[in-house]
Design a protein around this ligand. Structure first.
Ligand SMILES: [Zn+2]
Length: 444
C-alpha cells in the first residue's frame, strides 16, 4: 500500500471490516478458494464462480493462530455473507442449493442441522462484482485493488490466510497476472494461476489486459506488464529492480517467496501490493524519468513481498508491522543505492509526518488499539513512526545485531501472522538482552 498517496479513504477502512463473508462468528474457516473469473470489459463487471473449502474451526486456522471459533458450542445454523457489494446469484453446499436471505449487511444462508455439523464442506457461490473500489476497469484492462472481499466472497476476515487457484477467461491476446504461479491454460485464453501457500485474503488479486510484457534482462524472476508502455519504457523505469531484489533478499535472509514477481504499470495513482505482483501507477513511478532516486514505489511494493504479504500483522491495529517495516526498508534501500544523504532525507520526511500527529496531540503507541481521527494520522503513526522505530532499533543495536535480528524475525515468521512481541523476541535474541524499555516507550 502506498506511503504517500491517500488511496485508502476512511470510508474504505470502514468497509474493510464490513465486506467480509463471515461464517457465524468464524465457526468455519476458509482454507482454500477455487475461482473461475470472467471479466466483461464492455459491461465492466466480473462474473465469478467460487468454490470455498470450509473447515470447522477446531483450534488452528491457516494463519497458525488459535482460531477464534466456538467449536465447543452449538453448531452454526447460518452462514453470514457480509458482502453487500457482491451480487450473489446462487449458493450451494456440496451441490445442494442453499436459500439466500438479503440482509442489511449482506446475505444470510441458513444451514440445516446436518450441514451445520459437517467437519468440512465445499461452499459454491455464483456471483457478479461490478466496477468500483476493489475492482477497477480501464480501457482494455482490469485490476483488483484493496481489498479482495469486494470482488470475491471471503470467509472469516480479510486477514485470514488461505491458498487459492484462479482461472481467468480472457479475450484473445490479453495477458494476465494473479496471485501465485501460472500453471497452464485449461483451454486457449484461460490461464490458470495457483498459490499453494496460504496468504492473507487481502493480498489476493489479479490483473489482465492488453499489456506489453517484458522479462528482466538480468533476473528471470522479474516480469513487467504495462498499459500503453513499450518494452523500452518498462526497461528504463524498472531498471534497478534486479539490484533491489538482491538487496531485499539479503536483508530478509531468504529469497523472494515466489518463482516470478510481476510489476504491472497502469495509468493513475495505484501503489498496491499483492502476493507475487504489484500494481504501480504511472503517476507514482514516472517521476523516476526525471530523477532516478524517485524509486520509492518500486521499493515499497517489492518489500511487501516479505513484510506485509508473507509476514503479516495479525490485526489491523498492528498495521505498522506491515507498513512501518516496509517504509523503513524503502529508506534502507535508498541508503544502499543512493547514499546516506538519501536515507537522512527519508528520516526528515518521516519525522515531519509524525509531527503532524503530535501537533494535534495524537502521538499514540504503535500498537495502540483505539480509533484514529483520520487516515492521515493513522498513517503518520503506522507508516512514519513505525519506520522511525526501526531506525531507532538500528541505532540502539548497531548494524550487525539489528540486521541479524530482522533476518531472524523474517525467517521465523515467514508465512505467519505476527504481533509486536514477535519482533521484540527476535530482536532480543539477537541483542542478547531485554529491549522491554524501548518497546514500552514506542510500541505498547
Ligand atoms: Zn504499503
Amino acid at each position: 500500500m502506498p506511503s504517500s498517496a491517500g488511496l485508502r479513504t476512511s470510508a474504505q477502512w470502514v468497509l474493510c471490516a464490513l465486506t467480509v463473508l463471515a461464517v457465524n462468528a468464524q465457526t468455519f474457516t476458509g482454507q482454500h478458494y477455487e475461482l473461475e473469473l470472467r471479466p466483461d470489459f464492455e459491461a465492466r463487471v466480473l462474473d465469478g464462480k467460487a468454490r470455498i473449502h470450509l473447515l470447522a474451526a477446531t483450534g488452528q486456522d491457516a494463519t497458525g493462530q488459535a482460531a477464534t471459533g466456538q467449536a465447543d458450542t452449538a453448531p452454526a445454523s447460518t452462514l453470514e455473507l457480509l458482502s453487500p457489494r457482491l451480487h450473489i446469484r446462487h449458493a450451494r453446499l456440496e451441490g445442494e442449493d442453499l436459500p439466500l436471505e438479503k440482509t442489511a449487511g449482506g446475505w444470510r444462508v441458513p444451514l440445516n442441522a446436518k450441514q451445520a455439523q459437517a467437519a468440512a464442506f465445499w461452499l459454491e457461490i455464483d456471483y457478479r462484482a461490478s466496477a468500483g473500489p476493489g475492482l477497477e476497469f480501464g480501457k482494455h484492462y482490469v485490476m483488483t485493488a484493496f481489498h479482495t472481499c469486494r470482488w470475491m466472497p471471503c470467509v472469516g476476515s480479510d486477514l485470514s490466510r488461505a491458498s487459492v487457484a484462479m482461472s481467468l477467461d480472457l479475450p484473445a491476446g490479453y495477458r494476465s497476472v494473479a496471485s501465485g504461479q501460472r500453471l497452464a491454460e485449461t483451454s486457449p485464453g484461460r490461464p490458470l494461476w495457483r498459490q499453494n501457500q496460504a496468504y492473507p485474503l487481502y493480498t489476493l488479486g489479479f490483473a489482465a489486459g492488453r499489456f506489453t510484457e517484458l522479462m528482466d534482462s538480468v533476473n528471470p524472476q522479474l516480469r513487467y506488464l504495462g498499459v500503453n508502455q513499450d518494452q523500452a519504457a518498462l526497461a528504463k523505469k524498472f531498471k534497478d529492480s534486479a539490484r533491489m531484489l538482491d538487496f531485499f533478499e539479503d536483508k530478509a535472509g531468504m529469497p523472494l517467496p515466489h518463482p516470478i514477481y510481476t510489476q504491472v504499470l497502469v495509468p493513475g495513482g495505484a501503489a498496491q501490493e499483492a502476493s507475487s505482483f504489484s500494481l504501480i501507477g504511472t503517476r507514482m513511478l514516472d517521476p523516476i524519468l526525471e530523477d532516478p532516486q524517485e524509486d520509492w514505489v518500486i521499493a515499497h511494493e517489492m518489500a511487501h513481498q516479505w513484510w506485509g504479504n508473507l509476514i503479516t500483522c495479525a490485526t489491523w491495529d498492528e498495521l505498522w508491522l506491515n507498513e512501518g517495516v516496509t517504509v523503513f526498508m524503502t529508506a534502507a534501500w535508498k541508503q544502499h543505492r543512493w547514499g546516506d544523504a538519501a536515507y537522512q532525507r527519508e528520516l526528515v520526511l518521516l519525522r515531519q509526518r509524525w509531527q503532524d500527529a503530535k501537533d494535534i496531540g495524537f502521538d499514540k503507541p504503535l500498537s495502540w488499539t483505539g480509533e484514529y481521527p483520520s487516515l492521515k494520522i493513522k498513517r503518520a503513526i503506522h507508516y512514519s513512526k513505525g519506520a522511525l522505530f526501526l531506525n531507532t532499533l538500528r541505532d540502539e543495536l548497531g548494524e550487525q545485531t539489528f540486521w541479524d535480528g530482522l533476518r531472524r524475525y523474517s525467517r521465523e515468521h515467514a508465512g505467519r501472522s505476527v504481533v509486536a512481541g514477535d519482533l521484540q523476541a527476535a530482536m532480543e535474541k539477537s541483542a542478547g538482552r531485554s529491549l522491554q524499555a524501548l518497546f514500552d516507550a514506542w510500541v505498547y
